[in-house]
Design a binder for this molecule. Structure first.
Ligand SMILES: Cc1cc2nc3c(=O)[nH]c(=O)nc-3n(C[C@H](O)[C@H](O)[C@H](O)COP(=O)(O)OP(=O)(O)OC[C@H]3O[C@@H](n4cnc5c(N)ncnc54)[C@H](O)[C@@H]3O)c2cc1C
Length: 464
């Protein structure tokens, strides 16, 4: 392999590989024959040719911030291919509002480069300082701005991919409209490294917002939050760029990251709403009018409108801190559920009842991108429970939460993907026709089953 990636591009000793074999949350530990760090597309091609020749399985890895063990494999007989050395922004085209970057470019670096050119790349998530644009494409990442700009899939114009046999497919065109046959890039978006290694990504840019208004609101219930969202949709139209919902029980978790953190309102359900515009619109007047109306109608019980960028940042710090706080507390049940927006209150109500009745002492948390129908219903084990017991019980809790979600016609993965941790439930839930199509695609693009084996799909022998 050294011939493919050079001496600096390979690690085989435990110390050199350690950082690539554990996930962000500390939930999964993997193994590998070697970690390869190619520095160019040609090196990715060379290593894939060798893996294809010798039948070696490959786990592509971006920033390793995924939460479903997609980039970590515990079996150890595979090679991990980290894209971290391929991190250049290749081109920003302000006239056409497009950007091309190496797959290993960190999302924050892309956002910063766009901002410096008065453009916006709107993909935004808590892990943006570490996750890579290739990983965002491979997982079809979502985040807080999906409501306005869509998921990664909606933002990607083209991909460059090294296929399982080392052949390069270059699908960059800069075109916004291109109805000429199958849109092949869509196969790789959300494929979680199972069809090829993404080496380059071309994305759409937007005008940079000239103004952003953020408010932190208190409400009596999740029903009220959904009614408020519907009102916001009609009163503030497409100027809403985020609508996040936070159960008050989550605030304690954010304080584990910063003990001084305080929610600006005291209410059982809290909403972080953001309006933004790149045109000269009176956002402040719009937000103030909308909130005054919502308070008059009793939908909102308390509201704080950020008076400065620093105050708006402090609101977002609560939302980001509560996610980090959960990881800090240790093992917990983590979900990423999607239901119709109107079913959010029913999902939370049924899930809370299930935990209270069947898993006494466990602490439920509900928060998420409510404007997209995406709720993270997570459950913390009682502090005194030993971790191995908590993990065993945790799988039962996950199964119960999935049953409730599917019962509501929802999905067990809104944005994090399937990885290795949700593979069984995903596969069981597919219809025979769906399974046959998935298997046909996998067999056509990766006939030897080398690309991220164990992730998303059963082994090649298990495919129909
Ligand atoms: C604090 C925190 C907050 C988060 N918030 C969100 C959120 O709001 N929305 C959201 O969608 N996700 C969120 N995530 C999950 C995660 O950040 C995203 O899934 C992200 O897109 C993963 O990117 P990555 O570069 O870290 O990929 P990795 O974790 O390295 O890999 C993820 C998957 O993609 C594959 N892959 C990675 N790079 C490539 C490549 N170049 N070619 C082919 N396959 C590849 C891997 O094999 C794996 O299956 C969050 C995670 C954390 C830790």
């Amino acid at each position: 392999m050294e011939s493919a990636v050079g001496q600096n591009g390979i690690a085989t000793n435990p110390a050199g590989m350690a950082k690539y074999l554990g996930d962000w949350a500390g939930d999964y530990r993997g193994g590998a024959l070697a970690v390869l760090r190619p520095a160019s597309v040609a090196e990715v091609q060379a290593l894939m040719r060798l893996c294809n020749e010798f039948g070696l399985g490959v786990v592509p890895q971006g920033g390793n911030t995924g939460l479903v063990s997609g980039a970590i494999d515990s079996k150890g007989g595979l090679v991990v291919v980290s894209l971290e050395r391929m991190n250049a922004i290749r081109q920003i085209d302000e006239e056409n509002f497009t950007l091309q970057a190496d797959a290993g470019c960190v999302l924050q670096a892309i956002k910063d480069a766009c901002e410096a050119r008065d453009c916006l790349f709107p993909l935004a998530l808590g892990a943006q300082g570490s996750c890579q644009i290739g990983g965002n494409a491979a997982t079809n990442a979502g985040g807080v701005n999906v409501l306005r700009y869509g998921m990664a899939r909606d933002l990607i114009l083209g991909l460059e991919v090294v296929l399982a046999d080392g052949e390069l497919w270059s699908g960059f065109s800069g075109l916004r409209k291109n109805n000429s046959g199958y849109d092949l890039k869509q196969l790789f978006i959300g494929s979680e490294g199972t069809l090829g290694i993404i080496t380059g990504v071309e994305v759409k840019l937007f005008p940079k917002p000239a103004k952003t208004d953020t408010a932190y609101l208190g409400l009596a219930s999740f029903e009220a939050a959904i009614r408020l969202f519907n009102r916001a949709r009609s009163d503030c139209s497409d100027l809403i760029s985020a609508f996040e919902i936070i159960g008050s029980e989550c605030i304690e978790l954010a304080r584990l990251i910063d003990p001084a953190m305080r929610a600006p309102v005291s209410a059982p359900v809290q909403v972080l709403i953001e309006l933004s515009s790149s045109a000269a619109v009176d956002l402040n007047g719009l937000m103030a009018g909308f909130l005054a109306d919502a308070m008059d109608n009793g939908l909102v019980t308390d509201a704080v409108l950020a008076a400065s960028t620093a105050q708006a940042r402090s609101f977002w710090a609560i939302r980001e801190g509560l996610v980090e706080g959960q990881a800090k507390r240790g093992y917990h049940v983590r979900t990423d559920l999607s239901v119709r927006i109107s079913d959010i209150p029913a999902l939370i109500e049924q899930a809370r009842r299930f935990v209270a009745n069947d898993h006494r002492g466990w602490i439920p948390l509900a928060y998420g991108h409510a404007g997209d129908g995406n709720i993270h219903f997570n459950v913390l084990p009682p502090p005194e429970l030993a971790e191995h017991e908590a993990r065993a019980r945790g799988s039962e809790i996950v199964a119960g939460l999935y049953e409730i979600t599917v019962g509501l016609g929802g999905s067990i993965s809104a944005e994090h993907g399937i990885g290795r941790s949700r593979r069984k439930e995903f596969w069981v839930g597919l219809s025979p026709a769906h399974r046959r199509m998935v298997a046909a695609l996998k067999n056509a693009l990766d006939p030897k089953g080398l690309m991220n084996p164990g992730c998303l799909l059963p082994s090649t022998e298990g495919l129909p």
